[in-house]
Design a protein around this ligand. Structure first.
Ligand SMILES: [Zn+2]
Length: 243
C-alpha cells in the first residue's frame, strides 16, 4: 500500500497515552469497528502485514479482516509455507497473491479489474479459468517496499497464482496518501474489488467502502479538532548562515 503517511493522531495531552480499541487497534477517536458485522465469504482471505507497517491511523488491514468470516491476519516477515502461514493444509494452486510488482496495469485487458499474471508479470491467456480456480487470496500489507520485502522473503508465494488489480475507481484516500500509482487502493478497497469480482458478492464491497468512508470522515474530524486546539506556531527563524 502507499508509502507516505500523514502525522499520527495525537492526544490532547501529549503526555497521556491514547487509548486504543482492542478489536481494530485504532485509537478510540478513530474506531469505527462497532458497526462491522462479519459477512459470509466463499473466497478466503489472508492478510500478511509487514511488522513495520506503521500507519495506525489510516491503515485498513485489520478492519478488512473484521468484515469477513473467512479471514486471517498475520504479522511477520516470513513463513515457511502457505500451510504454515494459514495454520491449515491447502492447495497452493487454489490460492492467489495480490501483487502487482513491476507489472503495468496499462498492459492488462481493459474490461477486467482482476487479472491473473504469469511469472513474468504478464496476463495469463485463459483468465476466466484461472480466476475460477481461486478459492483463497493473500494480500500483502505495508508500503510498496514492505510488500516487496514480503514477496521476496516468502518463496512459496511463487507457487500460488499471482493476481493484480486494474481498478476503475481511484482510491478514496485522495490526497491523504501519496500514491505512486493510481491502482494503489487501500486494503479495504482492494479486498472489496476482489470479493465483488471473485466471490460475486458486491454487498461485501459496499460494506467495506462504507467503513472506509466512515474512517476517513473521523480522521478529517480529528485532524480539524487538533488544528483548532493547537497553539499558533512560533515563526521559524532562519538558520544562521554557514561561515
Ligand atoms: Zn475498534
Amino acid at each position: 500500500m502507499p508509502e507516505a503517511s500523514p502525522a499520527p493522531v495525537k492526544s490532547a495531552d501529549p503526555a497521556a497515552p491514547v487509548e486504543t480499541c482492542p478489536r481494530c487497534q485504532k485509537t478510540l477517536p478513530l474506531c469505527v469497528c462497532a458497526e462491522i458485522e462479519p459477512l459470509d465469504n466463499r473466497i478466503s482471505l489472508m492478510v500478511l502485514q509487514h511488522p513495520r507497517e506503521q500507519d495506525q491511523d489510516l491503515g485498513t488491514a485489520r478492519l478488512t479482516v473484521l468484515h469477513l468470516k473467512k479471514a486471517e491476519f498475520r504479522v511477520g516477515l516470513s513463513w515457511p509455507s502457505l500451510t504454515k502461514a494459514l495454520g491449515r493444509p491447502v492447495d497452493p494452486n487454489r490460492w492467489a497473491v495480490l501483487y502487482l510488482g513491476s507489472a503495468k496495469p496499462s498492459d492488462f485487458p481493459t474490461e477486467r479489474e482482476v487479472v491473473v499474471l504469469d511469472q513474468k508479470g504478464e496476463p495469463m491467456p485463459n483468465q476466466d479459468r484461472e480466476l475460477s480456480e481461486i478459492n483463497g487470496v493473500i494480500v500483502l500489507d505495508g508500503s510498496w517496499s514492505q510488500a516487496k520485502t514480503l514477496w521476496w522473503r516468502n518463496a512459496w508465494l511463487l507457487k500460488v497464482k499471482r493476481i493484480a488489480l486494474n481498478p476503475r475507481r481511484p482510491s478514496l484516500y485522495g490526497k491523504l496518501r501519496k500514491e505512486p500509482r493510481r491502482e494503489a487502493l487501500s486494503t479495504l478497497e482492494s479486498v472489496g474489488v476482489l470479493m465483488r469480482e471473485l466471490d460475486g458478492k458486491p454487498e461485501i464491497e459496499t460494506a467495506l467502502i462504507k467503513t472506509f468512508a466512515r474512517l476517513l470522515h473521523r480522521y478529517h474530524a480529528v485532524k480539524k479538532a487538533e488544528k483548532a486546539a493547537a497553539p499558533p506556531r512560533p515563526r521559524r527563524r532562519r538558520p544562521p548562515a554557514r561561515a
